[in-house]
Design a protein around this ligand. Sequence first.
Ligand code: 9J3
Length: 296
Amino acid sequence: MTTRRNPLLTLLAVLAMTLGLVSANIATAVAADNPYERGPAPTVQSISAATGPFATSSVTVPAQSGFGGGTIYFPTDTSQGTFGGVAVSPGFTELQLAISWLGPRLASQGFVVFTIDTLGVFDFPDARADQLLAALDYLTNTSSVRARVDRTRLGVMGHSMGGGASLSAANKRPSLQAAIPLAGWHTTKSWSNVHVPTLLVAAQNDAIAPNNDHSLPFYNSLPANLEKAYLELRGADHNTTNSPNTTASRFAISWLKRFIDNDTRYDQFLCPTPQADTNISRYMSTCPYVTGAAAA
Ligand code: 9J3
């Protein structure tokens, strides 16, 4: 007796295979839309946690000619390609320790983070800017983890004069993808030539870099067509961001993800203006963000 295939079952099998292929293609197409996306879909909890989804390790870098050395924190995962890189400078008289908490905090979300010491603790912002850029060059050209970093997706951060340095570095190197001054301080108030998406993290009670003289004019001077944000931490002082601060890191993670990774999954944490957040005394931004998004 011959076995005859039921034509209906054959049709169903062909349909199922076709659907499988189609859905596999859709999945590939969605992933290919943003090759820089790293890590699972974020939640308020995941961006507020002390550490994110990536296990991290670190390497110590001795002082170099262009900056004072530092520590590179990096995700140990090599299965997802490269990660964006961020250099972070401390402020006037400060050592790396002032910004060290950002190393594991940001790296565990999927970035290679270089917290640096400056050549001199009394260096002013423009000198710190050159050192941030030298640190990024070292990170991508020389460091033992250079293969883990995408040299086309880099950002800068820093506290106080290190924050002013972040603006100055963005001004000097427009190819940077993100800048985040923390209680930034600079004698230059106008940054109208900066074309790097910038998040200014300000402290409500900052007596050293008062917002009216620093973060607010910085924000207002940045071009109107640039993606920018001003986050003012309620009750904070000049040194609040020198130790772990959930609100600051939640916005910093989202900003780096949005503009270094083009990851629009993080827009929800930046836009619209957060209402009724008791940790925020003021927030301004250019929502909704239209630049730097992965092609839809
Ligand atoms: O890096 C900073 O904390 C800058 C604030 C400051 O005291 O500048 C004075 C020259």
